[in-house]
Design a binder for this molecule. Structure first.
Ligand code: MSP
Length: 553
């Protein structure tokens, strides 16, 4: 059992400003962190930026400013974006910091002393433009190196190598012994296949003549370490790891309480960086198998089926979208319109459609009509009754299929799921919402609150409270309807709070509920997502539009 739920993301390259793909990963991590806080877990969420390396050195040179200044400006853009999107992290990693350098150098020295790092000469074809050695894989069908490599020359260069291949058998057995080393399953298979093919060691240095924007090797001042070795170490250096202590049990308690992490990364950096280099690095510096982190691999947002890239000029700017439609609209779209592990196609039109249908028309409308009715028919006060309205919302076509997870695997609800009523649905929080969110299937986790909202709206249409209001004998039923809607809204707010924290506060504010914790995340707790907590006589506020429709986008 983890003492702390420790979650990390990839650290973003600071050679160019953030795009929608970066935003997706960080919002996803933030949602998972918020969900665990909602459950009452202690959470530590680390994210940050990758500031060294050739790409940064080149971009800075192009901009005509020193790399340190260049990364400072880009780093600020990432910090600003996370603030704008309510991505709330506990620690911020910057790889140029002294604290990180000390850990990287400490690990390098330990591996060098243990004979895990050695110097060797490499001879081969080198692309001057791309500043890298080329292998046969880079040759075109005609056997030549294509024009993208520019001038290619034969070179000899000395470098330091990490004995990666020595640990191949260990990595295979680790993967075979742990079913959930990588999530989703198909990525674990992909990794295993790649490890099978592993041969050769990893070059972990660059001569300073070629690259000087990096961390110097502690045992040879003529070299800096290659960017992956530097970047991957961030996960432990910012979690309190002390490189001078070789066993985990001797590490400071801050580190031991946090580690191992759930590491969220994109599909492009599983093989070889995280799945091979990182896991082997940890093993080589003494991490036992039960301290190897779990990798959660997400898919990519594409545009018109094509990869987004700066060179193709099809980058989606998250600042522009958040300014135009609001941070919550963007968070909602990024979390609801992609299945965990799969790719999705970005579309602003879809963003607007989903916002308007799920949030403005369904949830926003529900909040508005509930508070209007509470004010009109109950002088703003709720009345508890023993009437259980469930049958009234049954037999309605359920728009989306709800998935129930058993033993962590998603399966569909039985075909009679359409028979579920509002109260049945609310009782399904532990069977639908919790397993979906615990398995990081956020888009599935959002289905239950959406369904509850839909059922509530249908309940209003079916029972026509405005007609009941004309008949004094129906007053209890009318109160019961309003109470059911208000309780449902309170529970919906809790369930959406990881994805839509501002809207969840908005709903609680209008319900005039837990006002002493207004604006604070502690206001929401999963334990309170059960029926019947709003007390008799509770006074609610007047309605204020929560999700104004986005028109003509
Ligand atoms: N700096 C390295 C990671 C080092 S981790 C020790 C890096 N940076 S990156 O800026 O290129 O990418 C950061 C993260 O964003 C990666 O997990 C990557 O998969 C993710 N994404 C980049 N483009 C993306 C999309 N279009 N869609 C979704 N995620 C994407 O790699």
């Amino acid at each position: 059992m983890r003492k702390t739920f420790f979650i990390t993301t990839a650290i973003d390259y600071t050679n160019s400003p953030p795009h929608i793909g970066h935003a997706y990963e960080k919002v996803l991590a933030d949602v998972i962190a918020r969900y665990h806080r909602l459950k009452g877990d202690k959470v530590f969420f680390l994210t940050g930026v990758d500031q060294h390396g050739q790409k940064v050195q080149q971009s800075a040179a192009k901009a005509g400013i020193p790399p340190a200044e260049f990364v400072r400006e880009i780093t600020q853009k990432f910090v600003d974006l996370w603030k704008k999107l309510d991505v709330k992290y506990d620690e911020w990693a910057e790889t140029t910091s002294d604290r990180h350098k000390k850990v990287v150098q400490g690990i390098l020295q330990r591996l060098f002393d243990a004979g895990q790092i050695y110097k060797d000469k490499q001879a081969g074809y080198y692309s001057v433009r791309q500043e890298q050695f080329l292998t046969d894989k880079e040759r075109g069908p005609d056997g030549e190196f294509g024009p993208e490599w520019g001038q290619v020359e034969f070179r000899e260069e000395e470098n330091y190598y990490f004995r990666l291949s020595q640990h191949k058998d260990w990595l295979l057995s680790y993967i075979d012994n742990r079913k959930d080393a990588v999530i989703p399953d198909f990525r674990q298979i992909e990794l295993r296949n790649a490890v099978e093919k592993l041969s050769g060691d990893l070059c972990i240095s660059r001569p300073k003549s070629r690259l000087d924007w990096g961390i110097e090797l502690p045992f040879d001042k003529e070299f800096v370490t290659y960017v992956w070795f530097d970047a991957l170490t961030n996960y432990i250096s910012f979690a309190g790891y002390d490189p001078s202590l070789s066993t985990i049990s001797s590490q400071p308690s801050t580190f031991r309480d946090r580690w191992p992490a759930l590491q969220i990364i994109g599909k492009d950096i599983l093989v070889p960086a995280h799945g091979i280099y990182w896991l082997i690095m940890l093993h080589a510096i003494g991490f036992p198998d039960d301290q190897i982190p779990q990798l959660l691999v997400h898919g990519w947002w594409n545009l018109g089926g094509a990869k987004m890239s700066k060179s193709a000029g099809n980058i989606i700017d998250p600042f522009v979208l958040a300014d135009k439609h609001g941070a919550e609209a963007l968070r909602y779209y990024l979390m609801s319109d992609i299945a965990m592990g799969k790719d999705a196609d970005f579309s602003e039109e879809r963003l607007v459609d989903r916002y308007n249908s799920d949030l403005a028309n369904s949830l926003g409308n529900l909040l508005n009509r509930t508070l209007s009715m509470a004010n009109k028919y109950g002088a703003g006060q709720l009345r508890t009754t023993a009437i259980r309205l469930n049958e009234e919302s049954k037999q309605i076509p359920v728009g989306k299929s709800i998935h129930v997870m058993s033993s962590g695997e998603p399966t569909s609800l039985p075909s009679n799921s359409k028979e579920l009523g509002l109260r049945d649905l609310i009782e399904k929080v532990p069977q639908i919402y919790v397993p979906a969110m615990s398995c990081f299937l956020v888009s599935l986790g959002l289905i239950l609150p959406e369904e509850i909202s839909e059922h509530c709206n249908r309940l209003v249409e079916k029972t026509a409270p405005w007609k009941l209001a004309k008949d004094a004998a129906q007053i209890h039923r009318l109160h019961a309807i309003v109470y059911h809607l208000a309780e449902s809204l309170r529970i919906i707010a809790i369930l959406i709070s990881p994805v839509l924290p501002r809207a969840a506060h908005g709903i609680f504010d209008q319900l005039n509920w837990k006002m002493e914790l207004s604006g604070q995340e502690e206001r929401f707790s999963l334990a309170a997502a059960e029926w019947g907590i709003l007390p008799d006589g509770h006074a609610v506020e007047k309605p204020v539009p929560l999700f104004p429709r986005i028109e003509g986008a």
